[in-house]
Design a protein around this ligand. Structure first.
Ligand SMILES: NC(=O)c1ccc[n+]([C@@H]2O[C@H](COP(=O)([O-])OP(=O)(O)OC[C@H]3O[C@@H](n4cnc5c(N)ncnc54)[C@H](O)[C@@H]3O)[C@@H](O)[C@H]2O)c1
Length: 365
């Protein structure tokens, strides 16, 4: 029987990615029964796509939807994640939450506890680890193809949503306290790094605010001034157990770059994912293997990823994973414990950039 789905937050990412993906996964697996947003027109956009669903502008009424829901997608803005997720779990629904899981470690741990105590799954985005590409890189690491895989270097960001003309949400949110490039996009890389290397043990960072004020170029808020309240540039270093390291550069202050988005280095080889490759989770990767391994020398560009998923997007891979888990009882890898650990890294990085001190990490997954 199809899983009964409710969507709360019918804004940009719902319209752009989640609703089309739910439609594409298909009615045999997904039955979208309810949609909620405080703005009526956005509810109606969701109902256009799923005419059988019921629309709500009240979250309480949504949670009391006649006929029930199995899984709620929380696609609201970050400051609301904790509250919306907690209420859906208490109402007895599995939850798939957009990132970040919550604003503080205490909140994230509380959500983990509510899910566990009620025997419910909490799927925490971002789903960087569930793409076909990351699954295959992880297998290559485990098979020893890179020798000792010791370092990951990642670069993500640009100038941020203030310059996305077609963005229908509020770009201001992304430059305010509690968001910024680290929480908004750096989080993808931190999930990938920790997904491949396991929990980090220490974080150090430098960074700050390059642009104290931004001017919105999005159509909806054109010309509005945005005060930047959180670092728009951060250079972060992580230590892991077993002599492993990672570096993340994340920003809303860089117009353009030719840096690869993600590179992995081992004693016997490297993997490199460029900006043109990164967003297709089924897409190709460049590899370099030293000839001691007898698999050739030099770069092998655009190596196809095996075991493509039916949907190639990074976000979409998480949806497919959640439906697989709920249908078959297989293990959730998008755990709240992992998201909590990444939240600790992000809060530690912000604190380290301010204090100049390294921050030891306590959580694990
Ligand atoms: N925009 C992107 O490219 C992108 C990509 C990946 C993930 N995300 C994540 O998705 C989430 C949403 O981002 P977005 O860009 O879609 O923002 P958005 O502002 O376009 O959408 C959020 C929606 O939530 C609604 N909302 C606010 N309070 C609500 C409430 N109490 N009950 C019901 N609905 C409520 C808003 O009216 C809005 O329509 C964020 O967590 C963001 O980090 C966004």
């Amino acid at each position: 029987m199809a899983i009964r789905v409710g969507v709360v937050g019918c804004g940009f990412i719902a319209q752009y990615t989640y609703l089309p993906a739910l439609a594409e996964i298909g009615a045999a697996r997904v039955d979208v029964v309810a949609a909620s947003d405080t703005v009526r027109e956005r509810v109606d956009i969701a109902l256009d796509q799923f005419p059988g669903a019921t629309g709500y502008t009240s979250y309480d009424e949504f949670l009391a939807h006649d006929g029930g829901m199995d899984l709620v997608f929380n696609l609201t803005p970050p400051p609301l994640h904790r509250e919306i997720t907690a209420q859906a779990l208490v109402a007895g629904c599995h939850v798939y939450s957009e990132k970040p899981i919550a604003a503080t470690l205490e909140e994230a741990e509380e959500l983990t506890g509510i899910a566990r105590d009620n025997g419910l799954s909490l799927f925490a985005a971002p789903s960087t680890t569930t793409t076909a590409r990351m699954v295959s890189i992880r297998e290559r690491i485990e098979n020893g193809e890179f020798g000792h895989a010791h370092t990951i270097k990642a670069h993500i960001g640009g100038l941020g949503p203030a310059i996305w003309r077609e963005y229908s949400g509020d770009p201001k949110v992304f430059y305010g306290k509690g968001v910024g490039p680290l929480i908004d996009v750096g989080v993808y890389m931190l999930h990938a790094m920790t997904g491949l290397f396991g929990p980090a043990t220490r974080v150090t960072a430098v960074g700050g605010i390059v642009y104290p004020e931004r001017t919105s170029l999005t159509d909806r808020t054109l010309g509005e001034k945005i005060t930047v309240e959180t670092p728009d540039l951060l250079s972060i270093n992580l230590d892991f157990e077993n002599d492993r390291y990672a570096h993340l550069f994340t920003t809303y202050a860089v117009p353009a770059t030719k840096a690869p988005m993600f590179e992995l280095y081992g004693t016997l080889g490297s993997a490199s994912i460029g900006g043109g490759q990164w967003y297709d989770g089924n897409g190709a990767t460049d590899f370099y293997f030293r000839d001691e391994l007898n698999v050739g020398d030099g770069w092998q560009n655009d190596v196809a990823t095996p075991n493509s998923l039916p949907l190639g997007g990074i976000l979409e891979s998480g949806l497919l994973h959640a439906f697989d888990c709920l249908e078959t009882g297989s293990e959730n890898v998008l755990t709240p414990e992992h998201a909590t650990h990444v939240l600790e890294i992000m809060l530690g990085a912000l604190s380290s950039a301010e204090s100049g001190e390294a921050v030891k990490l306590a959580t694990t997954f």
